[in-house]
Design a protein around this ligand. Structure first.
Ligand SMILES: [Zn+2]
Length: 78
């Protein structure tokens, strides 16, 4: 559903924006489920300004892309 995808894109963009604005977040991990082949091909830890946007239309998951962002916290932050 197109509206649903647009909503998810918006939601993930806001999530990414908050993580980028948070100084405790050192890097951002893109996490994909096992049944999302495209997600698995791009999952990993990224610099905050180099994270690919999600969800992706290339996602092969039948119920829709559930790839997500996870913050990697800066552990040496005081
Ligand atoms: Zn996906």
């Amino acid at each position: 559903m197109k509206i649903d995808l647009e909503y998810k894109v918006e939601q993930k963009a806001q999530m990414l924006e908050r993580m980028r604005a948070n100084p405790r977040v050192a890097h951002i991990r893109l996490a994909a489920p096992e049944d999302c082949l495209f997600g698995l091909s791009i999952q990993g830890v990224y610099e905050k300004d180099q994270v690919p946007s999600i969800p992706r239309k290339e996602c092969s998951r039948p119920e829709g892309c559930i790839c997500t962002y996870e913050p990697v916290l800066n552990t040496i932050y005081p």
